[in-house]
Write a protein that binds this ligand. Structure first.
Ligand code: OAD
Length: 235
């Protein structure tokens, strides 16, 4: 029998219980930092030191974080017999990988650096600064390998292809406010997938989904995974 094709989209909420802040919740990052100054190419051109400082702090936080029960459950689902799971994440932390899963990072990764001059990519040092030269071309044009507002997310063709073939689509810990990720549920539905939203609360886009599991990801995701693969949810 063919493996069941499941696609999961994760957002900041899945990493909240690992101690990493979300963006739009009360006390979220975008309530403390002006998004247009730290997460746009224009903000980077105006003040690269400020943008590097913002991502250096996030890289330090992520380096100290551990995957939680939700990341671990998705890793189990990915390994389970009869399941073909693709995890697409908007998160730039490495917690899916730390849990033993593979994930498609549509918004880039804190652990990677990118040269705006020659497009070379390499492992980011813990602390980046504007004067740091690219190891390939020497230009002082290095930036975090993060997709900013106004830029095109990575792997969009492959993600679209996957959504067109998925049987079950789940959005976990994402507010559904940022496109194109916010539109994935409609694409999956259009191709006939069942859809489920797993979130601490019903979001403003909850009506896009067939089913809703409301509660913290560390509880809801292991229970959902257990229901899919028939394991003991207490594991
Ligand atoms: P948001 O901060 O917009 O949304 C976080 C979601 O997680 C909210 O819907 C919360 O209800 C939910 N949440 C919080 N704690 C949770 C928990 N313990 N369990 C389950 N759900 C929980 O974050 P994203 O949707 O990921 O992009 O934001 C999308 C993109 O906007 C980010 O990738 C980032 C941001 O600007 C860029 O920086 C380009």
């Amino acid at each position: 029998m063919a493996a069941r094709r499941i696609t999961v989209l994760t957002g900041a909420g899945i990493s909240a219980e690992s101690g990493l802040g979300t963006f739009r919740d009360k006390d979220g990052l975008w309530t403390k930092y002006p998004l247009e100054e730290v997460a746009t190419p224009e903000g980077f051109a105006r003040d690269p030191a400020r943008v590097h400082a913002f991502y250096n702090a996030r890289r330090a936080n992520a380096a100290g974080a551990q995957p939680n029960a939700a990341h671990l459950a998705l890793a189990r689902l990915q390994r389970a017999e009869g399941i073909d799971l693709v995890i697409v994440t908007q998160n730039v932390d490495g917690l899916h990988e730390a849990a033993g899963a593979t994930a498609v990072h549509m918004h880039g990764e804190l652990s990677r650096a990118y040269c705006g001059a020659c497009e070379h990519r390499w492992d980011a040092p813990a602390v980046m600064s504007p004067e740091m030269p690219c190891p390939a071309c020497g230009a002082p044009a290095t930036r975090p390998d993060i997709v900013w507002f106004g830029e095109i997310p990575y792997h969009m063709d492959a993600i679209h292809q996957r959504l067109s073939q998925t049987e079950l689509f789940a959005a976990i810990g994402t507010s559904g406010q940022v496109y194109p990720a916010a539109g994935f549920v409609q694409i999956a539905r259009q191709y006939g997938a069942e859809t489920v939203e797993i979130n601490l609360e019903q979001t403003d886009v909850a009506w896009d989904f067939d089913d809703h599991l409301v509660g913290p990801a560390s509880q809801m995701v292991p229970a959902w995974v257990a229901s899919l693969i028939g394991e003991d949810p207490g594991r």
